[in-house]
Design a protein around this ligand. Structure first.
Ligand SMILES: [Ca+2]
Length: 614
């Protein structure tokens, strides 16, 4: 083996393994909603110029057939758990299907168990309440925006990329124009500054660090580009260029702090972003939705560096990074990982190695990767799925198969993207490929069984737990009702959905039903609106007629409360105090009504807290 992956393991007198301080740091950089088309490395005609990302690509090991899920929360779940996101319960970006089940273990749990400092900076999008928050899932340092990014309903009111508040370890901070060499304040600049602080702090403590950094950019909306935009470049491409500049700052930071050699820097994006080379874009189950650039650079481990970039072509995926990192660094898994939380990803360490005799063996070569774009609250068999597999002859890949299907009433399709990157020739009718079709159909059935085992479970926000004294319940997570961003809130979009919750203890709880979030309570009431514009920079908050409110809490046939109350129009909310709530699972639903008694607006925000617990 030509490259050095292994690091010194020192045995103490007690026989316990401790790792030398030479263990590599790990930085995961995952920009949002960008793919091949926007990077000049692939597309010289891109509206964005991305010289720093291009240089990173040139000096890295490039995974050329790397796949993610076709949208934000699903990709995050698969990367963090090393498992199929659908099996882990994440198959949408809202509707309670973006909440990472509380028994899932994350990559941060693994790194923390191995003595690493763990940090998360950016857009989490796997739940904003206990037990779903990053700090509940193994991350010790957290700087984040809530919901699916800037301007989504759970996020701080009015957040936009150029004007935002965010949380650093539970402390709310207002973004400012920091002295960082970039003109003006922009969320990406600010988050890179937090990333530098986390890395510097741990370097000073001589502690290896694991940093997970999914940027909120360049996800929509783009009301305004960064202040450093080149003249004439529209807001989204300028936002991409700003990410690129910040990656340049990151490379300089790693060099200046002598961290570049022994830091494993991994780059990938969270979904495809539009027609280019491959078929489809974001939320497509074709390769344009799932196939994204992924790079790894670790000069001290023999991976990349100046003049050492190269392509690695086998099928790889987001969920492979956890087992691969465990393999190349020599990390122990968390103790007693339950069998039901088995990793689905596989280590591709042997493909990173330049030694051809290091064959990864049939276990990896024969694997299939199944990815779907469900994007509906309830899981539907055969909907928007792609089953992927490489076919090998010795050490040569002869076919890159994709078996795809858009729904129960559609037919299977078969593509060989080695010969047909754009997926234009459906080979399903060719009898020569009958065997691979049967094999991939069976792989789908096996995968679906795993998904189906827990598909009916509800991830539940826990109310009344000491880890979160006041729970801000969000319409973003409503089941059966989509009210997920500040634009819908500002316009007073009407609706009501239920939330799956759990009461930590039996007792009396208070629910404060709001039309606006607490951060603007000094400039609004139930029936008036705060000033300013939100979301796309154009939406003006609107007053609605809230005359009464209703709350219902139940579990199965047991209705714990179903109460309707008149609203004080000058108050911020309608408060209900509910006694004798039992501990355990429940469903909760709320409504606002106008003076005609019709449903109006929605309880976008509901602040729940214990009054007295037994
Ligand atoms: Ca995304």
């Amino acid at each position: 083996m030509k490259i050095l992956f292994t690091f010194l393991i020192v045995l103490t007198l007690s026989g316990q393994a401790v790792f030398s301080q030479d263990r590599p740091n790990v930085v995961i950089l995952m920009p949002d909603d960008v793919s091949h088309r926007v990077f000049t490395y692939y597309n010289p005609d891109s509206t964005s110029q991305t010289p720093n990302i291009d240089k990173l690509a040139e000096t890295s090991i490039r995974l050329t057939d790397f796949h993610v899920s076709p949208s934000c929360a699903p990709t995050r779940a698969a990367f963090l758990t090393g498992r199929s996101n659908s099996v882990a319960g994440i198959w949408h970006t809202i509707a309670g299907r973006s909440l990472l089940r509380n028994d899932e273990l994350t990559i941060a749990d693994v790194f923390k168990h191995n003595g690493y400092a763990t940090g998360m900076v950016g857009k989490w999008h796997l739940g904003d309440n206990y037990p779903f928050r990053p700090k509940d899932r193994g991350f010790e340092y957290v700087a984040w925006t809530k919901g699916g990014g800037a301007g989504q309903q759970p996020d701080y009111w009015g957040n936009m990329h150029h004007s935002a508040h965010y949380w650093v370890n539970d402390e709310l901070v207002e973004m400012t124009d920091e002295d960082d060499g970039l003109e003006g304040a922009f969320l990406t600049n600010s988050m890179f500054n937090r990333a530098f602080e986390f890395m510097e702090d741990n370097q000073n403590k001589n502690k290896p660090f694991f940093l997970y950094f999914p940027t909120a950019a360049a996800h929509s909306p783009w009301p305004k580009g960064p202040a450093d935009a080149r003249p004439g470049v529209p807001a989204k491409p300028a936002t991409v260029e700003n990410i690129d500049k910040n990656i340049g700052r990151l490379m300089n930071f790693l060099d200046d702090n002598k961290l570049a050699e022994n830091t494993i820097l991994i780059f990938f994006t969270d979904n495809g972003s539009g027609e280019f080379i491959y078929r489809g874009g974001k939320i497509s189950f074709y390769d344009g939705g799932t196939r994204v650039p992924s790079y790894v650079r670790w000069p001290a481990g023999g991976l990349g560096g100046e003049g050492k970039g190269r392509d690695v072509t086998p099928l790889t995926a987001h969920m492979d990074w956890l087992p691969t990192l465990m393999d190349i660094i020599g990390l122990e898994d968390v103790p007693n990982r339950p069998a039901k939380l088995k990793l689905h990803g596989q280590s591709f360490k042997n493909f990173l190695d330049t030694d051809p005799s290091n064959d990864p063996g049939p276990e990896f070569k024969d694997r299939t990767v199944t990815i779907c774009n469900m994007r509906k609250e309830n899981f539907e068999k055969y909907r928007n799925v792609s089953v992927k597999k490489d076919e090998w002859d010795g050490n040569t890949i002869t076919h890159k198969w994709r078996l795809t299907r858009s729904g129960a009433k559609s037919n299977w399709e078969l593509w060989d993207v080695l010969a047909d990157k754009a997926q234009t020739q459906n080979l399903i009718g060719d009898p020569a490929h009958a065997a691979i079709v049967e094999e991939l159909k069976q792989a789908y059935e096996d995968w679906y069984q795993l998904v189906a085992e827990r598909a009916d479970e509800f991830p539940r926000t826990v109310i009344g737990h000491p880890a979160e004294p006041i729970t801000q319940l969000n319409s973003h997570d409503f089941h059966k009702q989509e009210l997920w961003n500040h634009k819908l809130v500002a316009e007073g979009a009407t609706g009501s959905g239920f939330l799956a919750v759990e009461f930590a203890k039996p007792g009396t709880y208070r629910f404060d039903l709001r039309r606006w979030p607490k951060e603007v309570e000094d400039q609004s009431t139930l029936t008036t609106a705060p000033s300013g514009v939100v979301y796309d920079g154009k939406t003006v908050p609107k007053a609605i007629d809230v005359s009464s409110a209703r709350i219902k809490i139940w579990n199965g046939d047991d209705v714990y409360v179903d109460e309707r109350k008149d609203a004080d129009k000058d108050a911020d909310g309608v408060t209900f105090t509910v006694s004798d709530l039992p501990a355990g699972p429940a469903f909760l639903q709320t409504w606002f009504y106008n003076s005609a008694g019709e449903m109006e607006g929605a309880v976008y925000y509901n602040y729940a807290s214990p009054v007295s617990l037994k």
